[in-house]
Design a protein around this ligand. Sequence first.
Ligand code: S3P
Ligand code: PEP
Length: 442
Amino acid sequence: MNDLPRPRRFLPSGPLRGRIRVPGDKSISHRALMLGALAVGETRASGLLEGEDVLATAAALRACGATIAKQGDTWSIHGVGVGGLLQPENALDMGNSGTSTRLLMGLFASHAITAVLIGDASLSKRPMGRAIEPLSRMGASFTPSPGGTLPLTMEGLCPAVPIEYRLPVASAQVKSAVLLAGLNTPGVTTVIEPVPTRDHSERMLRGFGAELEVEELGGERVIRIHGEAELRPQTIEVPGDPSSAAFFLVAASLVEGSDLTIENVGLNPTRAGLVAVLRQMGASIEEMDAREVGGEPVADLRVRHASLTGIEVDPAIAPSMIDEFPVLFVAAALAQGRTVTRGLEELRVKESDRIAAMAAALTAAGARVEETADGLIVEGTGGDPLAGTGEAAAVVTHLDHRIAMSMAVAGLASRKGVEIDDTRPIGTSFPDFESLLDRCQA
Ligand SMILES: O=C(O)C1=C[C@@H](OP(=O)(O)O)[C@@H](O)[C@H](O)C1
Ligand SMILES: C=C(OP(=O)(O)O)C(=O)O
């Protein structure tokens, strides 16, 4: 990130129209690089997200011996083989990325290497204990900063010890960390998921040839990975990121006259919660040309302006739209009536405390919002633009890309605009967000 904050005012918008493509899925991009780095031979990935978070993963894997380079539109990854990661010489900078940190902790845990992980001010506040706990049981040792945060030093163990681990929090990052550690661990490593979370790791591990079984047992998902795996290099096409498409789905729903098609959006059921919730609120979202890309369901989404109505969001759907709540709160702020969300404690340990940050930001923008311990209650305007007192509402983003983009969308549906204190964090997941938004308003 450059040194100086980059503020921007997002002004009331005319209709959003045309056809756009959002960049590649962030979760899938991280995993493509990691599994490519563990396969012997060349993996090729197209559509890879070139956001700062994914580039942090690429840099860390290079420091551990993988060769990763872009050739034209395709990324080429020459892996070192499972068990072949080298000791990095310097501290690995994870930037703003929780996914890079926790998944790489998993990879390193079963390699005989020592690694130092550092991150930015936001990442350095986030809890790493959730990954440290199971990985310690597998034999890795960790020296985190007080509170279980970065910077931390870790030492992997080879051979590590296989475990059976029931996830105490619904976290795809923790699940993936244990599965990735299991790749280089003798025997079978088992993760039990009481609540299903995104399953990109499972899909891609299988795609690379790992022996992995998923069983439904008494309402839980039991995932078993057979260790000392050999991964075969793959050609991967990364679908568009539904978490990035989310901002445009809400923006086009809110702004009158909009008719926008977002091409090639990943619609894995463990990620598609927002589409279902917006439809429940009355949104007009049509799925066209449903197909499979890179082992993931994908469609083009046509979204047209519609009047939204507030709902009670079922907490069970939360994991499948966990990163989309900030922008859902914006949709709720413009809907008719009250929207109630619950069961969202996890939002408090993302890049920022997303419940508190969105409550403050939306209140500044003139919305009526009540913060609870585990969610927000939002009284919508019934479609009237958000009107704060005085000039454009000033919003603090706390180094959180999703707060910045959500409040940019709020600006489009406001009377006087919304002033974001810093747009730089957007580059972590969606570098061309602003230019795409400008383009479809033209
Ligand atoms: O596994 C992943 O790629 C992710 C899992 C989620 O985090 P948690 O595992 O902390 O819920 C999500 O919020 C994050 O953006 C990406
Ligand atoms: C929570 C997020 O990412 P991460 O945990 O990888 O920082 C996100 O992208 O919203």
